[in-house]
Design a protein around this ligand. Structure first.
Ligand SMILES: CC(C)(COP(=O)(O)OP(=O)(O)OC[C@H]1O[C@@H](n2cnc3c(N)ncnc32)[C@H](O)[C@@H]1O)[C@@H](O)C(=O)NCCC(=O)NCCS
Ligand SMILES: Nc1ncnc2c1ncn2[C@@H]1O[C@H](COP(=O)(O)OP(=O)(O)OP(=O)(O)O)[C@@H](O)[C@H]1O
Length: 286
């Protein structure tokens, strides 16, 4: 009898360790993926003045304890207000730790939100679930009110109101449609068609960018920037994706265009990291 709780504690701890490691690694894989339009990657800082690849990697590693705590506290729990408040508190502490690690630069706020909810959801489902079920569970959590959240006004929130578009909150509350319906299917289609892993990941990023209302892009370059992003990404896929020469040429054009507009699809990058996380986890479980 006394062994039982101990054993289950060990199981929760092992799962939390694995999920935290994978979530941080997904952020590092996203940051290193090259060439991404407008974003920090192996070539440099993209459209950003204050971000570098070294800083993104440092930030990703600084978040591992946050993901670990989220998984441990969410293990086998239902989506209720108590868990929503706890997850919100851990997420805000994670943001503070990220800001401390980067000397006040916002490297991963959107990513903490998306990946944090998904890490919690996998743990709530005991580590054994499809990507679909994980996204639905994360949505249930994201849809609950967090009364302890400070009423701060962010650039992302301003963009959703000004342009009347869904943002990071809504993407999660709708169970991450850009991951489930666009990025994961594209990743698998491109792999099956013989693309390299890198090309398949870039194609998945393009799939997200064809339709996301990325508040990062909207805040930096308005509706023109968003339109350039969506149309440019569609052109890459229409040309056969990043495994083809015309696709890579369209990608280079999109990169130049986004840099000239100071546009960076940070929201799409976050969702690509979340896609890579789910792809890895669900390979392990299903
Ligand atoms: C909901 C969040 C993102 C704050 O929203 P806000 O509108 O203030 O976001 P902010 O502009 O600071 O950042 C939004 C970021 O999301 C990403 N993003 C932009 N557009 C989108 C989009 N359409 N879909 C998904 N992500 C997007 C970008 O990286 C952007 O930088 C989140 O930080 C939050 O509420 N955190 C509180 C802690 C919490 O509850 N955490 C729970 C999970 S850990
Ligand atoms: N590889 C990447 N390159 C750039 N941004 C990324 C990358 N991956 C994720 N992001 C996301 O982009 C966001 C950064 O965007 P941005 O710099 O516009 O935010 P900000 O700090 O609110 O704005 P600003 O820098 O204009 O003051 C981060 O929150 C992060 O989630």
């Amino acid at each position: 009898m006394t062994m039982q709780p101990q054993l289950s504690e060990q199981r929760a701890e092992r799962l939390a360790e694995r999920l935290a490691e994978r979530a941080s690694m997904a952020l590092i894989d996203e940051a290193r993926l090259t060439p991404k339009p407008g974003l920090v990657d192996g070539r440099g800082s993209g459209a950003h003045q204050d971000l570098t690849l070294t800083l993104m990697e440092l930030s990703a590693r600084s978040l591992q304890p946050t993901f670990h705590a989220l998984a441990l506290h969410s293990w086998q729990r239902p989506a209720d207000i108590a868990l929503r408040q706890l997850v919100g508190q851990l997420g805000r502490e994670g943001e503070a730790q990220m800001m401390a690690a980067t000397n006040g630069v916002n490297t991963h706020r959107g990513a903490i939100w998306a990946l944090g909810l998904l890490v919690s959801a996998v743990a709530m489902l005991d580590g054994d679930a499809t990507a679909e079920a994980v996204c639905r569970t994360a949505a249930a959590l994201a849809s609950l009110p967090d009364d302890r959240a400070p009423r701060s006004f962010s650039k992302g929130l301003r963009a959703t109101q000004r342009y009347r578009v869904p943002g990071a909150r809504e993407e999660a509350q709708q169970a991450f449609p850009h991951i489930r319906q666009l990025a994961l299917p594209q990743l698998r289609r491109s792999r099956a068609a013989g693309a390299t892993e890198e090309q398949a990941r870039l194609d998945a990023l393009m799939a997200i960018m064809t339709s996301l209302s990325d508040t990062c892009v909207l805040s930096r370059s308005g509706l023109n920037g968003l339109e350039a992003m969506q149309q440019g990404a569609q052109r890459v896929l229409d040309h056969g994706g990043c495994s083809t020469l015309p696709g890579r040429q369209a990608l280079a054009q999109l990169d130049a265009k986004m840099l000239s507009m100071n546009a960076s699809p940070g929201g799409a990058a976050d969702l690509l990291a979340a896609t890579l996380f789910l792809d890895g986890i669900c390979l392990l479980t299903h």
